[in-house]
Design a protein. Structure first.
Length: 115
């Protein structure tokens, strides 16, 4: 996964909407009794319809999706990451500041998911 300095569009709200409106649906293979878990990987700065990001995260959580968030890069928005994540955010937010953090970040998320 490249760590780019270029910047671009971060449309987190659309990804969150897709989770509860399409991905976690029985018609797409979602099974009753199996937890709906999603790992959101983001730079923490939604810039496409950013005013909808936290509302879409809340709707996803209310629909039963447990949200883990991996913040990538040196300069992320902790408030956005915490606002997206399920609670407690300390168990659902992982920071990956550089490539060398990738294994540690993956292990942290897996440790939380596989309890």
């Amino acid at each position: 996964m490249p760590f780019s300095e270029r910047g671009g569009e971060t449309n987190t709200q659309a990804a969150l909407n897709l989770l509860y409106s399409s991905v976690f649906m029985a018609t797409h293979g979602d099974r009753q009794g199996v937890p709906d878990i999603s790992i959101v990987v983001t730079d923490g700065y939604s810039n496409v319809h950013s005013d909808r990001t936290l509302a879409e995260a809340e709707t996803a959580r209310q629909s039963g999706v447990e949200l883990f968030v991996v913040g990538i890069g040196e300069d992320v928005s902790p408030s956005e990451l915490n606002g997206i994540a399920s609670t407690p955010s300390g168990d659902h937010v992982v920071m990956m500041r550089s490539r060398s953090d990738s294994i540690s970040a993956a292990n942290t998320v897996l440790d939380q998911i596989c309890v």
